[in-house]
Design a protein around this ligand. Structure first.
Ligand SMILES: [Fe+2]
Length: 346
């Protein structure tokens, strides 16, 4: 006769041959595959050969006793999920509690009714089946969620890059500026050992920090001569314009706020809000330093690049006045130790 392939395997462990035989007979009548072991040692061997679905375990046995077996199995990730039911003549309630403390799911006292024993075995097999199914479901859903989360981040990154390209297409003189500011911001933030999540947001904000320039007429952006006050005021409006574009997008980071604050200065002399000190986000204070250093070092329509030394002098001279002292120190260290340079020519 062919046996059903998915019959539950129940391991019965008891040093008393009569108890072992009686238990095995009861369970075999229930279409369960019954394995038996007459000692702790042979039980452990049987388990490692092929893990059973459930274990019925005697306590008092010569050599390795039931408690020790239970303890060993619960400490082993391969077998800790197997439900263990103690079946014992022990009636001391403290011993029973010890069994549960060691991780057993049930305790059946001898003598027992066969029907009750079968009902308990069935219940625990079913509970274990449900638990295993639930664990597999949670693992699968977690994997799916992680995958869609990664996809979402990729899409977000692509959209932000597309936004950066749009601004730079209208303003060829600053092409690459946002990318270089983003790279320098990243290096400063990493050197400051900021959280990986925070760094990711800062990088993204830096990559589009001048997005508000989209609202400035191209003639002003590319004007080779000195700007009039009115033109300069229009340019100064770009952090606010950028904020207006981004504020309703639910980024997982305060991107719009970083964009709004990237021209603020520690002493309140910046724009558009004239914020002071720690009213600005730390990310904004990093972005401000990276922006100034990159802008001064590179060419602008109305002036040639001033070089990296002049840019670093600017932040050093205004350390703690216009720019965050810690951010300035880290930025100076990166350049002075030759650990950072603007790679491509401008
Ligand atoms: Fe800007």
């Amino acid at each position: 006769m062919q046996m059903p392939a998915n019959r539950d395997r129940v391991l019965v462990i008891d040093d008393d041959p009569h108890s072992l035989e009686f238990l095995s007979e009861i369970l075999a009548g229930e279409n369960l595959k019954v394995l038996s072991a007459g000692s702790g040692r042979s039980a452990l061997e049987a388990i490692t050969t092929k893990a059973p679905s459930l274990i019925l375990l005697d306590i008092n046995m010569p050599g390795i006793d039931g408690f020790e077996i239970c303890e060993k199995l619960k400490a082993d990730v391969r077998y800790c999920g197997i439900p263990i039911i103690f079946v014992s003549g022990v009636h001391n309630h403290k011993e029973k509690i010890r069994g549960f403390d060691l991780g057993a799911v049930d305790f059946i006292s001898k003598p027992y009714h066969a029907d009750e024993l079968i009902a308990r075995v069935r219940t625990h097999l079913e509970l274990n089946r449900l638990r295993t199914k639930l664990e597999a479901e949670v693992a699968l859903r977690t994997k799916e969620l992680f995958h869609s989360f990664k996809q979402m981040r990729k899409v977000l990154e692509a959209i932000v890059n597309a936004m950066a390209v749009i601004v730079e297409t209208r303003d060829p003189y600053t092409a690459g500026h946002q990318r270089r500011v983003s790279q320098l911001s990243l290096s400063i933030a990493e050197e400051m050992k900021l959280d990986k999540e925070v760094i990711e947001g800062l990088q993204m904000a830096a990559a589009i920090h001048d997005i508000g320039k989209i609202s400035i007429p191209a003639e002003i952006l590319t004007k080779p001569s000195k700007l009039t006050d009115m033109e300069f005021n229009l340019i100064k409006d770009h952090p606010r314009a950028g904020y207006a574009i981004l504020k309703d997008i639910e980024f997982p980071w305060p991107i719009a706020r970083m964009v709004l604050e990237h021209h603020e200065r520690l002493d309140g002399s910046g724009y558009p809000q004239g914020l002071k000190g720690r009213d600005m986000l730390l990310e904004s204070r990093i972005l401000a330093v990276a922006d100034v250093v990159e802008s001064m070092a590179s060419h602008r329509p109305y002036r040639p690049g001033m070089g990296i030394d002049t840019a670093l002098d600017e932040i050093e001279n205004n350390r703690g006045i216009l720019y965050d002292a810690d951010v300035v120190d880290v930025c100076l260290r990166l350049f002075q130790e030759g650990r950072y340079s603007f790679g491509d020519p401008r």
